[in-house]
Design a protein around this ligand. Structure first.
Ligand code: BTN
Length: 222
């Protein structure tokens, strides 16, 4: 596996997506991103001091198991945080939450070939020593705030990469899931409503108590 370090880049996900003739898994770790991207076309604030990395995995799994990439990535971050003394939960599908606030966002971009995921770009943005902008202080948190001390960003990044190669199970993901059995706000393109979460199915869909099944592409929860 190849690991690239860079001071500044637009987006680590974009860098890996543009690579041609990749013959081995490749990771890129950036000190700063100027065009960090989030899910659903949103931008992602990337101040210096955070951990911004992407990993390009070649042929990680079959297409039918693609949600396992999300589960594994979320658990890799949760386990990394735990190893540094920070207890975290997962907000479906893969936001990482500490003390009710988001500490990490994950953007996964897959390329499918037939029944296989031919490439998966797993992008992780974790608030470590970076300052949290005033406008998002109520909803975002960093490890520095939780621990009251700084962590070495390269060590955190390599710990995440290590965990991304460990196997994980759906049951572990379920154990870390927040809001199960609780009322949340479901937001779709057309409407916003309150519902109780029943479970997350192994294919990644969210099942509500009334039996409705939703995919993360269609909805978000709050
Ligand atoms: C989200 O919460 O919406 C997902 C945020 C993902 C951010 C990471 S930072 C590293 C990688 N490069 C990007 O441009 N985005 C991901």
């Amino acid at each position: 596996m190849k690991i690239i370090y860079t001071e500044k880049i637009s987006s680590t996900n974009d860098y890996l997506k543009k690579l041609k003739k990749v013959t081995e898994d490749t990771a890129i770790i950036a000190k700063k991103q100027t065009g960090g991207r989030g899910t659903k076309g949103r931008s992602f604030i990337c101040e210096e001091g955070g951990v911004y990395l992407s990993l390009l995995k070649l042929y990680p799994c079959s297409a039918s198991q693609s949600f396992s990439i999300m589960e594994n990535s979320a658990l890799a971050v949760v386990k990394t945080l735990k190893s540094f003394g920070v207890e975290a939960g997962i907000k479906w599908p893969n936001d990482i939450i500490v003390n009710g606030k988001k500490i990490c966002g994950i953007l996964i971009e897959n390329v499918f070939e037939g029944d296989e995921v031919a490439r998966s770009v797993i992008g992780i943005g974790l608030n470590v020593n970076n300052p949290i902008a005033n406008e998002i202080k109520g909803i975002a948190i960093s490890t520095k705030e939780v621990l009251g001390t700084k962590l070495d960003e390269k060590t955190v990044a390599s710990t995440i990469l290590y965990h991304l190669y460990l196997p994980s199970r759906h049951e572990e993901y379920e154990k870390r899931l927040l809001f199960l059995g609780e009322e949340v706000t479901v937001i779709t393109e057309k409407s916003t409503y309150k519902a109780i979460i029943d479970k997350v199915l192994p294919n990644g869909n969210l099942q509500l108590k009334d039996g409705t099944v939703l995919s993360s592409a269609e909805v978000s929860i709050r």
